[in-house]
Write a protein that binds this ligand. Sequence first.
Ligand SMILES: Cc1ncc(COP(=O)(O)O)c(C=O)c1O
Length: 392
Amino acid sequence: MSFDFDRPIPRIGTHSAKWDSLPARFGIQPEGTLPMWVADMEFAAPPAVNKALQDAIDLGVHGYYGDPASYHEAIQGWMKRRHGWDIKTNWILTTAGIVNGVNLAIQAFCRPGDGVIIQQPIYHPFAPSIRNNGCHVVGNLMKYENGRYEMDLEGLASQVDAKTRMMLLCSPHNPTGRVWTKEELTALAEFCLKRNIIIVSDEIHHDLVFDGPHTIMATISDEIADNTITFTSATKTFNLAGGHTGNAIISNPRLKAQMHRQMERCGMLASNRFGYIMNEAAYAEGDAWLDELLVYLQGNRDYLDARVASDLPGVTSVKLDATYLSWLDFSGTGMPEKDVIARFQDKAKVICNHGSSFGPGGDGFMRLNFACPRSMVVEGMDRLAEAFSDLQ
Ligand SMILES: Cc1ncc(COP(=O)(O)O)c(C=O)c1O
């Protein structure tokens, strides 16, 4: 490997949400704790990204960002090389990250009182984003059978009505790790087209795929592209989340104008200089780094799955096609969530996201972030094996 993913990088006292928010968020000190929750990685960003930042620091002037031509070119190159997707410069709108973009999209395309579909359990900021903008959640529970999640379009058909305006899709899906097949996505898109439901496809995890292929919703057909807003970012792929920069890619000029108008109304047409710089360098020069990262992460995933199978009887690690977030099913242990959490936090000092925070269908699960040096995954699993040793 040319990149060192084994090296632990101390982050306590660096304004790291994952480490330094532990006392406020979980009532636990970071020293001696293994934070395996929020979705950023313990790895240094690709050298090209840090070099681009270093150049900016050497310049020393940090004024407003302008002329995004090379930034757009880097995105276009990436989407073409990695996803076979030809996008045009004028399809791109840059937001202050994806959650920001999703909120703006809800404001742009929905009216208060409208329904927005999410497939639950799902990434926790989605439901509040819908509600905070005066809309209501149409919560479509996924089918979970034999350790595998499936969409439930039949159930959805009985849930939607004339006021259902938007489908907020997570693809690949967080927290279940599903990569949706082209057939599944096509069926969903047709369902939405038939009912005049606009699709917002959050594809922030689309570079972090082990078992694909991932299909970009907007590439399936022109008709589907016309009804879709795609969100992507280099921030998840390359560990640049603090840069809070993402892109809405919209080929339909009418939808793009609507989104642009809403961004203007919120004073959000200008974005973070450092976010542009980091995203451009990552997309332009990050291929080799990502290729190695995926091999490393897959090794972590496979190690973790093997340890769960051997050391945590009654616990199932849901097969993860994508993302670095294991979705661990504790329902077979018969323990209520609060007991599982207590063992993670008080006995093992391993902090993970609680399943119930992902909404209906999440209770009984824990989401564990394994994007860290292998030694930390080993230590985490040793501690969990010990904390749950009575299950053996
Ligand atoms: C599905 C999904 N969307 C969005 C985000 C966050 O995006 P941002 O930090 O750009 O708002 C995450 C972070 O984990 C995520 O999993």
